[in-house]
Design a protein around this ligand. Structure first.
Ligand code: HEM
Length: 555
């Protein structure tokens, strides 16, 4: 059992009265109500401050384009630049003629959007039948977009995922819901996912997962040629799944063992299939695929069925165990445990709990594992940087066997390396918002409900925003970085921004930091064959070809 820190003065007093620590995993009864009355809204706000402590930036937008402040001068929506267009079909014919709708091109749409910015400027419209969006890459415009996102910020819908919920009668969780439903989900889940006091309680469990991952890497390496770890991508995927399950259920699922259960294999395959089919079933419309019962649609539905079946099975068991504990009068489980927390709020039905938790699992795995994969790729090409990272980690952690929240605070270079990875390879390569009202953006009138997309990948690779954008330079995020590296905080938003930003950001950061620190202590990485690896967006940004890494012992 893990001890849980007492998180406030009033809670300390309360603990003294009841004779034990009050878990931050429990809704705090009157404390919660008082906070609600005084307008305590941390749950909704999320990581408002974009930069981490290691970041330095100026408030002046580097390379920002000029803006029309006078709305009367604004041009109409129809004047927005973009590829050649016809009524109803929009840019469809042009895109089709140019071969831009072929699967290979769509899988590289992050590059396509970057090219479009070069052709059409920092704002353009793309309409392909019913997919209609305005793309921007100017940090000042991005800031404006978030400033106007309203009380219930909404992203572009992922229609196939929503349709699945509708036809299977499942609830929509925080990722897919909108308006008041979203607000309810978010306000309940933000506390256990985003508040540092809560997230810090995961560190010990996550540290154990990362230590086991190192052991697993050694076993796999020994079993192969003693140097390369085969299928590193799959192994990181299992690590990310094991990590998030530890956070959600406080249970080790055993995904880092050799013989993982059939359910676990099915779940992993299910998540892969959902992502791999998404690009296909979105276009031209999810309902067309559904009506025609196309193969990708059937695969996607089957995958969601599997993910819900396996996920619900775990949750039913965990909730049953909690009930039995309660019936035996064993009192509260003070372990950090997302599921127990949301259940004890009593504000979500079982179906809502299942959907929300499964959405967290789905959102946590490919994102975190691919980010680490990109980090290892960049590090494997830079032995000198690996040495500097090793020095930092050794200095901060010393002989300590177990890493703590306090250690993480001092790993500045390590955090800068992760930030730089996310600048160059933002796994979620764009962030969208639906306008709540008619808005003037970059000198154009955009009607309410327009989908505006901040193209995060294109911004990260823009030389006006980041000098030498294709160079991996973590120093640009350090306070000691050169003056010309000053960065506008809206130029790199890999976790989105504001109340609707990534709910798992802090958990993801802790997971990445722990494993990367441990890896750098143990191994020197290099590519088996030095080669450039390009990216595909399926729909997350992942390496196009497998990464083959040598793991050479430091000691
Ligand atoms: C490196 C890892 C990750 C990256 C880069 C990432 C990125 C993002 C981005 C860009 C968004 C959209 C934000 C916006 O619209 O402003 C998002 C949303 C979300 N992410 Fe993550 N994510 C990561 C890991 C995770 C993890 C580990 C979890 C779960 C524990 C998670 C759960 C979510 C959820 C639930 C949302 C929807 C939030 C809402 O709509 O209110 N993510 N993520």
């Amino acid at each position: 059992m893990m001890s849980v820190p007492v998180i406030s003065g009033s809670r300390q007093r309360l603990s003294a009265v009841v004779g034990r620590a009050v878990s931050p995993w429990r809704p705090q009864g009157h404390i919660g109500r008082v906070r609600a009355l005084v307008g305590y809204r941390s749950g909704l706000v999320g990581p408002r401050t974009v930069p981490s402590p290691v970041q330095t930036y100026s408030t002046a937008a580097v390379g920002s384009t000029s803006h029309h402040n006078d709305d009367s001068e604004a041009k109409p929506f129809s004047a927005l630049p973009g590829p050649p267009s016809v009524p109803v079909l929009g840019n469809f014919l042009h895109m089709w003629w140019e071969g831009l709708l072929e699967k290979e091109k769509l899988n590289k749409n992050h590059i396509m959007f970057t090219d479009f910015f070069r052709q059409y400027g920092p704002i353009f419209r793309l309409k392909i039948v019913n997919v209609d969006m305005v793309s921007i890459k100017d940090p000042v415009a991005v800031q404006e977009l978030f400033r106007k996102e309203g009380k219930y910020p909404a992203r572009i819908d992922i229609k196939p995922w929503r349709r699945y919920r509708e036809i299977s009668g499942k609830a929509t969780g925080v990722f897919l819901s909108n308006g008041k439903d979203w607000q309810k989900n978010r306000s309940i889940m933000a506390r256990p996912m985003l508040r540092p006091k809560h997230v810090s309680t995961y560190v010990s469990n996550l540290d154990t997962v990362s230590a086991d991952m190192i052991k697993r890497l050694r076993v796999l390496q020994a079993r192969a040629d003693g140097i390369e770890v085969p299928n590193i991508s799959d192994e990181l995927f299992k690590w990310a799944l094991e990590s998030i399950c530890t956070v959600l259920f406080n249970e080790r699922m055993g995904y880092l063992q050799d013989n993982i259960s059939q359910d676990a294999q099915d779940f992993i395959q299910g998540i892969h299939t959902i992502f791999l089919t998404t690009n296909t079933v979105i276009f031209p419309d999810a309902d067309v695929h559904r009506f025609l019962r196309t193969k990708p649609w059937r695969q996607s539905v089957e995958a969601w069925d599997t993910v819900f079946r396996v996920g619900e099975k775990v949750m039913v068991r965990k909730l049953q165990e909690a009930l039995e504990r309660e019936e035996r009068g064993e009192g509260e489980d003070d372990q950090p445990n997302f599921l127990a927390f949301v259940n004890s709020t009593g504000r979500l039905t079982k179906d809502e709990i299942y959907s929300n938790t499964i959405e967290l699992m789905g959102a946590a795995i490919d994102t975190t594992s691919n980010t680490l994969l990109w980090t290892l790729y960049e590090l494997s090409r830079r032995p000198e940087l690996q040495d500097r990272l090793y020095q930092e980690v050794t200095q901060v952690i010393g002989q300590d066997k177990v890493m703590t929240w306090d250690h993480l605070k001092d790993l500045h270079l390590l955090k800068a390396i992760i930030k730089e990875t996310l600048r160059m390879y933002p796994v979620v390569h764009n962030v969208s918002r639906l306008l709540q009202e008619d808005t003037v953006l970059m000198g154009y009138w955009l009607p309410a409900k327009t989908c505006v997309v901040a193209q995060v990948y294109a911004m990260g690779r823009d030389p006006q925003l980041f000098p030498d954008p294709d160079e991996f330079k973590p120093e640009r995020w350090l306070r000691t970085g050169e003056a010309h590296d000053e960065i506008n905080p809206y130029s790199s938003l890999p976790f989105g921004f504001g109340p609707r930003s990534c709910l798992g950001r802090r958990v993801a950061e802790v997971e990445l930091q722990l494993l990367l620190a441990k890896m750098s202590q143990q191994f020197v990485l290099s590519q088996v064959e030095p080669e450039e690896i390009s990216s595909v967006a399926q729909p997350l940004l992942m390496p196009e070809t497998p990464l083959h890494l040598r793991f050479v012992d430091r000691k």
